[in-house]
Unconditional design. Structure first.
Length: 202
C-alpha cells in the first residue's frame, strides 16, 4: 500500500513536470511577441481544464492540460516583461555615457572586440536606467577583460537582427541572453577603465 502510494505520487510529479515543460516549450518555439488573445486563451484554457478535472474521472489528462496551459501563460508574461525592457527603436542612435560592467567573455572580432555587459546609464539623466547590452568596440586602445568596469560613451540601438528561414535566429539569442540593446563604443577622451578585473575564473 505504501509502495503504491509512493508510485502514485512519483507518477503525479512526473506528469506535472512534463506538462510544465510542454507549456514552456510551446511558448518558446512560438513568436517572441505574442498577441493578447493568446494570453487570454491560455489562461481560460487552464481554468477550464482545472474545472473539468474536478468533476470527471479522467483527472490526469485535464490536470496535465491545466498545468501546461498555466505554465504557458506564466512564460508568456515573463517573455513580454523581458521584451518590454528592450531599448526603444524611438531612441535609436542615442548617445549615452554609462558605467559598463562586463559580464561575459570578451570575443575578438575582425573589427575589434565584442562582449555583453550591464550598462548603468549616467548621462543624459532622462533615460537613466540599467540594461544589458551587446557591446561592440572598434579598435579599443586597451583590450577589455571580463569583470572589468569601464566608463564609456556609447551609441545605443534596439537589438534587431536579420533572420533567415531555417538559419541562425539572432533575435532568439538576444532573448536567451537577456540582451536589451546593442551598443557601439564611440571615440571619447573620457573613455576609461574604472575598476580592474576581480579575482576569479574569468
Amino acid at each position: 500500500m505504501v509502495l503504491r502510494s509512493m508510485a502514485g505520487r512519483h507518477c503525479s510529479s512526473t506528469v506535472a513536470g512534463l506538462a510544465t515543460l510542454l507549456g514552456v516549450m510551446a511558448v518558446l518555439i512560438g513568436p517572441l511577441r505574442p498577441h493578447v488573445p493568446i494570453f487570454i486563451a491560455t489562461l481560460l484554457l487552464s481554468i477550464a481544464a482545472f474545472g473539468v478535472s474536478r468533476v470527471t474521472r479522467l483527472r490526469v489528462p485535464f490536470v496535465a492540460l491545466a498545468i501546461a496551459s498555466f505554465a504557458a501563460f506564466v512564460t508568456l508574461v515573463l517573455a513580454l516583461d523581458q521584451l518590454a525592457q528592450r531599448w526603444s527603436p524611438a531612441d535609436e542612435g542615442q548617445r549615452v555615457i554609462a558605467e559598463v560592467q562586463i559580464d561575459s567573455l570578451v570575443r575578438r572580432t575582425s573589427a575589434g572586440a565584442e562582449f555583453d555587459a550591464l550598462l548603468y546609464i549616467e548621462s543624459p539623466s532622462r533615460p537613466q536606467r540599467t540594461l544589458r547590452a551587446r557591446v561592440s568596440w572598434r579598435d579599443p586602445s586597451k583590450v577589455p577583460r571580463a569583470a572589468e568596469r569601464w566608463r564609456l560613451l556609447l551609441q545605443l540601438s534596439a537589438p534587431r537582427a536579420n533572420t533567415n528561414p531555417g538559419g541562425f535566429d539572432e533575435q532568439r539569442e538576444f532573448f536567451r541572453d537577456r540582451v536589451h540593446a546593442r551598443a557601439v563604443v564611440l571615440p571619447f577622451a573620457g573613455n576609461r577603465r574604472v575598476a580592474a578585473q576581480s579575482g576569479g575564473l574569468l
